[in-house]
Design a protein around this ligand. Sequence first.
Ligand SMILES: Cc1ncc(C[n+]2csc(CCOP(=O)(O)OP(=O)(O)O)c2C)c(N)n1
Ligand SMILES: [Mg+2]
Length: 320
Amino acid sequence: MKKEQLLDLYHQMVLIRRVEERGAELYQAGKIGGFMHLYIGQEAVSTGLIAAREPRDRVITAYRDHGVALNCGIPADAVMAELLGKATGMSKGKGGSMHMADTEKNMWGGHAIVGGHLPIAAGLALGDQYAKNDNVTICMFGDGATNIGYFHEALNLAKTWGLRVLWVCENNQYGMGTAVERASAVTEIRQKAEGFGMKNGQVDGMDVMKVYEAATEAISFVRTESQPYLLEIDTYRFRGHSMGDPERYRKQEEVKKWQENDPIGIYRKYLTEKKTATAKALDEIDANVDEEVNKAVQFAESSPEPTMEDLFTDIYADAE
Ligand SMILES: Cc1ncc(C[n+]2csc(CCOP(=O)(O)OP(=O)(O)O)c2C)c(N)n1
Ligand SMILES: [Mg+2]
């Protein structure tokens, strides 16, 4: 990767962190409605993964989607406005936190039903197979989703039909308040691919470079072999499951231990040790991100609400 690309990854990770920190403040101030799930701690996962795709490759994820939206190139203004339910949001303020999407950027959502988007990913890949192209669909989901029937149905079809899907399990150790070992028969999620004869791998999700390398390899396999692949990415969410989670299911010492492996800190160390950038240059990126996020908040707060008429648009697709 060239220096500019390496620094762009740093920018993306800090941008996700700051957008969500401000989002949390606005939520607590009552300016954001509905559920909101923060990605803080998991930034290296989507950043490394999406850096490895080509723009023609599709991305689809669950409700912890703000980072994915930003990595796909949706501007912070549109993400912040969507969080605040404003008409200038990328889903016109009608989707909110869990439904970030922009198909022009090949970001196919933002889905709130656990596991519900896995069959949709298989459908996207089936569409590409019909169209005889070699686009890859990257489908991200949590560890909890792998205990749901949809996961098994979608992986089975993908392998049977040779669909180009990179299945990515973000194993953040918990599904709401339930630890992986309390809900899943195997704690190494990648093993679940073995039952479908599917190639699989596992990578440290706190290190953006490791994620990028593993994802590059996996995407290349899926594209050239016309076969699915399951990549387990081990990570941790530093905040609660959603806003207002009292976190009685885990100890603060455990959270602190993972926080010592902050993905942004690890990447800063990598960049400075490799002399790609000085600490001062990275601080400048931090300051630029602060400015970018301040502007996004101002944009969102001063944007109009959707109108009553907007309630009746975007319900049915026009027949072509
Ligand atoms: C079908 C369904 N069942 C239950 C829920 C409630 N629910 C929301 S998030 C969640 C936990 C999912 O955990 P995981 O897949 O590990 O994702 P994470 O939140 O850790 O990113 C549950 C059970 C839901 N949204 N959909
Ligand atoms: Mg989880």
